[in-house]
Design a protein. Structure first.
Length: 152
């Protein structure tokens, strides 16, 4: 059985977003003890998130306030549990429709976020909550990629 090539996949990045009640402890463990390099860190009035490099994926550690903020932006209310899987895709609207047609429940249609991405939220098989996000350019157009994606 042959392995698909990287360019054949419609998914450009996988992010595993972990909401940690003890943000500092989780950040210390994954960044300082496990050794995942820090890509970026962001804060809102209600919380913080740090994006750590984990090979071809990232691990985001968000405190409950930041997780609440992300849900409010993407969905309008708190809906995610402890884990939410985020996929960077080329076209979040098309990918949302494709996954919905395959059985995922759309929680929120794509919405432009304060961090300039187009994000949707779905409940997927296996009881996983997904964010699909597309990075937007300065004028709101889809970014051609290669940039440093910001937390969904």
């Amino acid at each position: 059985m042959s392995q698909p090539t990287e360019s054949a996949s419609p998914v450009r990045e996988l992010r595993l977003v972990v909401t940690a009640a003890d943000y500092e402890q989780a950040l210390h463990f994954y960044r300082d003890v496990l050794g995942l390099p820090e890509r970026a860190a962001f804060a809102s009035p209600d919380g913080r998130v740090t994006i750590l490099e984990a090979g071809r994926a990232t691990l985001e550690i968000a405190d409950p306030g930041q997780a609440d903020f992300i849900d409010e932006v993407e969905v309008g209310r708190r809906v995610a549990g402890h884990l939410r899987v985020a996929f960077q895709v080329d076209d979040s609207a098309a990918a949302t429709a494709k996954l919905a047609a395959a059985g995922a429940e759309v929680i929120a249609e794509p919405v432009r976020t304060p961090w300039n991405s187009l994000n949707s939220r779905l409940e997927a098989p296996g009881a996983l909550q997904l964010t699909l996000f597309t990075e937007l350019g300065e004028g709101g157009e889809v970014d051609g990629g290669g940039g440093d994606p910001v937390s969904e």
